[in-house]
Ligand binder design. Structure first.
Ligand SMILES: [Zn+2]
Length: 448
């Protein structure tokens, strides 16, 4: 509530009549102005369009972006809407939309009527997201309602040749950058996205949702192929039936995901779990223990829990002899307190799942022989036992025939897609909405 506006607003309002849910409001008498307040970053829309279920050509359309700390009252006050009107509307809209949920950066549009006296706001449309919007009606009656833009789902078959990053290639080919995230997830175990090379190529078949020609999100990727260093990596989405969520498989029906071994040592017991607060047996302090300790006899072989590249293989005061492995863009694992590091294991070594990388010991800060197994996901140490590492099981034989039959035509179709040549980067002109403001329709001057 901005109490300071209240007395001023009262003076400006000639009369306020409230009848049930209806309320009339009046504008201040117009004052001829040539000066448009620069804070009104409003752009005039020239072509008549239908949007928000309204014929916008009937209005003067003024687009805005919610500014930091801008509240509903500010949005309407810049159009000289009386405070009582705003207050009434704010109360009236409570059951429909929480005004505190308006987010800086979101769009809102004010639809005005041109009058001899200037612009009179008739509706304010706030865009919650690209699909949902809220209309505040400021016409003779004051009310609020929600609406949804029509979402159109399109089947897309696209391709690209990478000349910089996957993200930039998608962007310059007018493809949704969201595809980069999805592709990197699907191919996480087959393509090293940190080592994508110029000339690597991809094809993707997926669904994409559009609102008024603008992409609002991608649906399922049904198939994709990533050509890295001249080798094709296929991925096909397959669900055994409609009731089960599917997964991605290569052209031979092998899962695109690899499973981590449950533990880095074969015969062991967990002596200490991952915990954000535990009593340390050596330091006698309560501290987070971000690893899982597997107690095992000295010299027990320690295995890499998944394929990867050794990042560190060295000695540190607390860790003792340890090895850290980078599995893909998302996962890393670390193995501490080794009595010794495995032969040939050093930074840069490629290791296979189950390969021996060292032996159980008690080097560093340790009381007895164990391996402290640390699991990193997206740069954070997490509890591997609590991760949803529901990596898919191998496809059962009874589904394989069905899968192979289904992907045959899909693969042929995808192979027929021609790789789109890389496009040179084009700088998009920056639109200065302030310059687009049509000063012919000046707003009524706010005189307080
Ligand atoms: Zn530990």
């Amino acid at each position: 509530m901005r109490k300071s506006y209240l007395p001023v607003a009262l003076l400006l309002v000639v009369s306020v009549g409230v009848t049930g849910a209806f309320m009339k409001y009046y504008m201040q008498q117009p004052v001829a102005t040539t000066q448009v307040p620069t804070k009104l970053l409003a752009a005039a829309v020239e072509k008549p369009v239908f949007k928000y279920g309204l014929n916008l050509s009937e209005f003067k359309v003024l687009k805005h972006v919610v500014k930091q700390n801008e509240i509903f009252a500010d949005m309407l006050m810049q159009y000289n809407v009386a405070y009582q009107t705003i207050d009434f509307l704010a109360h009236e809209s409570k059951s429909i939309f929480n005004l505190n949920k308006m987010k800086a950066g979101n769009n809102y549009t004010v639809l005005c009527q041109k009058t001899d006296n200037g612009l009179v706001p008739k509706k304010l449309v706030y865009e919650e997201d690209k699909v949902n919007y809220v209309v505040f009606n400021l016409d003779d009656s004051l009310y609020t309602y929600r609406g949804q833009n029509k979402v159109e789902r399109k089947h897309q078959e696209v391709s690209g040749v990478i000349n910089s990053s996957l993200y930039e290639t998608l962007e310059s080919n007018n493809m949704s950058p969201a595809l980069a995230v999805r592709l990197s997830e699907i191919f996480a175990w087959t393509v090293d996205f940190y080592k994508i090379q110029q000339g690597d190529k991809f094809k993707v078949v997926y669904d994409e949702d559009f609102v008024n020609g603008e992409s609002v999100g991608i649906g399922e990727i049904s198939s994709a192929v990533f050509n890295s260093s001249g080798k094709d990596f296929y991925a096909f989405y397959y669900a055994k039936d409609a009731a089960h969520e599917g997964d991605y498989y290569d052209e031979n029906g092998n899962s695109m995901k690899k499973e981590f071994l449950k533990a880095p040592v074969k015969f062991s017991r967990i002596s200490s779990h991952y915990s954000l607060n535990r009593f340390h047996p050596v330091t006698k302090e309560w501290k987070a223990h971000l690893g899982t300790d597997y107690a095992a006899p000295f010299g027990t072989p320690i295995m890499a829990t998944a394929d990867g590249i050794v990042e560190d293989a060295c000695f540190k005061v607390y860790n003792g002899n340890y090895v850290k492995i980078r599995h893909n863009g998302q996962y890393k694992t670390q193995y501490l307190h080794m009595s010794k590091i495995g032969k040939g294991i050093h930074s840069g070594t490629r290791v296979k799942q189950g390969e021996i990388i060292g032996y159980v010991g008690a080097t560093g800060l340790a009381t007895g022989p164990h391996v402290c197994y640390r699991f990193w996901k997206d740069g954070q140490q997490v509890d591997p036992l609590k991760q949803k590492l529901t990596f898919s099981d191998p496809m059962p034989a009874k589904y394989k025939t069905d899968f192979m039959a289904k992907i045959k035509s899909v693969k042929q179709r995808m192979d027929a897609i021609v790789y789109q040549a890389p496009k040179p980067k084009v700088e998009k002109p920056v639109e200065d909405v302030a310059d687009n403001y049509d000063s012919k329709y000046s707003l009524l001057k706010r005189d307080f």
